[in-house]
Design a protein around this ligand. Structure first.
Ligand SMILES: [Zn+2]
Length: 447
């Protein structure tokens, strides 16, 4: 109990621009009485509800990294046995306003896209789709403010042994499981390293190239134009083409009963350390110390080149006080089997693989930037309680005040009609712009 409490409230809902002193451990927290009582009452299912402990460390250069820690969210209001935890990192660029706005609103937008009154299993199944809706709504709302900053967003939801990660940008989340298996739960949305994203941006009307100095010399990483952003997905970036989309890569896994450790960090860490190096640097140590060690190792390797933020989150079976520290080398093959690069066709086969000791069961993975694929498939029957509720912003509309529902796109009458759920006119406009079927705001301004 003490261990769980120590992780719990420390900085509930808090995050702030980093400064060197932020690397200090969070103070001992207090848990709401209802939560403690709930845990006592739930004594019987201890093995089902692992403890979650976390640590945070950061070093600021420009002060554009933000993070979010919410260890005691409830699926069902007033029911402590429905608790889940949320951790997130937002690495801003061109100012902090997009990172701050996303930190304040993203989680609410995601949760409001999940139907009420459903079981835990249905809730977990609805989560990937709600994450897509929440990311897109946050982007639309922020762009209405007309500010130019942007941010990465990596949001992690932990419910029991089920971990769901949604991300845009390049703030990675890695998983270190018992046996020393390190795997990446996010995809880097960087134009330089992601050929699929380069092709998508180009097909949607963007140009990809390096910065051109006087005399034609090309320097730096690949960027998209207009805008000059190195990322292919982000929230905000109103002055960049709409082909820089806020649609997250989502991965959902179920850990074995041995639990595991997550390391969520901004690119200040990952530009300096590989996933393996970061995991090894802190293995076997408590989360609070582990986070500091990862940041220290990154600074030692590369110096302070960028904002550097790290969250370490341990998911610990309740019959265990610390995570195991000794990796077993013979499980390396299993890692590549479970987490090696593969085509989408093989994902389905792996999804049916039963969880074995020490292995991670993959429940869901999808990274498409096409909203129809993200919102239209596996549509939960209970999710559409109102026939004209927008699947992204959750606003109810009467069809008379809009074009007929799902009438396809305005600018591409030849493309096949929209077969996804109902979208309001604003969200449909956003969808068309992201797919290059409508001039983006930035393009309009530059003409
Ligand atoms: Zn809408």
């Amino acid at each position: 109990m003490a261990a769980a409490a120590a992780s719990a409230a420390a900085a509930a809902g808090e995050s702030f621009p980093r400064d060197p002193s932020a690397a200090a451990a969070a103070p001992p927290p207090l848990l709401p009485l209802a939560t403690l009582i709930g845990r006592e009452l739930r004594g019987g299912d201890r093995s089902e509800r692992p403890a979650v402990r976390y640590g945070h460390a950061a070093f600021a250069k420009r002060g554009e990294d933000y993070f979010l820690v919410k260890p005691d969210c409830l699926r069902v209001p007033g029911n402590p046995s429905s608790s889940f935890s949320v951790f997130a990192i937002f690495d801003g660029h061109n100012g902090v306003s997009a990172a701050v706005f996303t930190k304040e609103h993203l989680l609410d937008h995601v949760l409001s896209a999940i139907p009420q009154g459903i079981s835990r299993e249905e809730w977990l199944q609805a989560l990937p789709r709600a994450l897509v809706a929440g990311f897109v709504k946050t982007d639309i709302d922020f762009q209405r403010k007309g500010e130019v900053s942007g941010t990465t967003a990596t949001l992690v939801v932990i419910d029991g042994l089920t971990v769901t990660v949604a991300s845009v940008g390049d703030s990675r989340c890695i998983l270190d499981t018992q046996g020393g298996l390190v795997s990446l739960l996010t995809v880097d949305h960087r134009l330089e390293e992601n050929v699929e994203e380069r092709e998508r941006v180009t097909a949607s009307g963007g140009e990809v190239g390096r910065l051109n100095l006087c005399g034609g010399q090309e320097v730096g990483p690949l960027r998209c134009w207009p805008g000059g952003l190195c990322l292919s997905r982000s929230i905000g970036d109103t002055d960049v083409g709409e082909f820089i989309v806020p649609i997250p890569h989502v991965k959902q896994v179920k850990l074995s009963s041995a639990g595991g450790r997550l390391i969520i960090a901004s690119d200040g860490i990952w530009d300096a350390l590989s996933s393996e190096t970061a995991a090894k640097a802190c293995r076997g140590l408590p989360a609070e110390i582990a986070a500091k060690l990862v940041v220290k190792e990154a600074l030692r390797t590369s110096g302070l080149k960028d904002d550097t933020t790290c969250l370490v989150v341990d998911i610990i079976p309740s019959d265990q006080s610390v995570l195991p520290s000794s990796p077993k080398k013979n499980q390396n093959k299993l890692r590549s089997l479970l987490f090696g690069r593969r085509s989408q066709n093989t994902v389905g086969k792996l999804m049916n693989r039963p969880a074995s000791v020490g292995a991670v069961e993959e429940l869901f993975e999808e990274g498409s930037a096409m909203l129809e694929e993200r919102l239209g498939k596996n549509f939960p029957s209970k999710a559409n309680s109102a026939p004209f509720r927008c699947a992204i912003c959750q606003m109810d509309q009467t069809p008379t005040e809009d074009l007929p529902a799902n009438s396809g796109t305005f600018f591409s009458p030849t493309s096949k009609p929209w077969e996804g759920p109902y979208l309001c006119s604003d969200c449909r406009r956003k969808k068309d712009a992201m797919e290059g079927k409508r001039p983006s705001r930035a393009t309009v301004l530059s003409r």
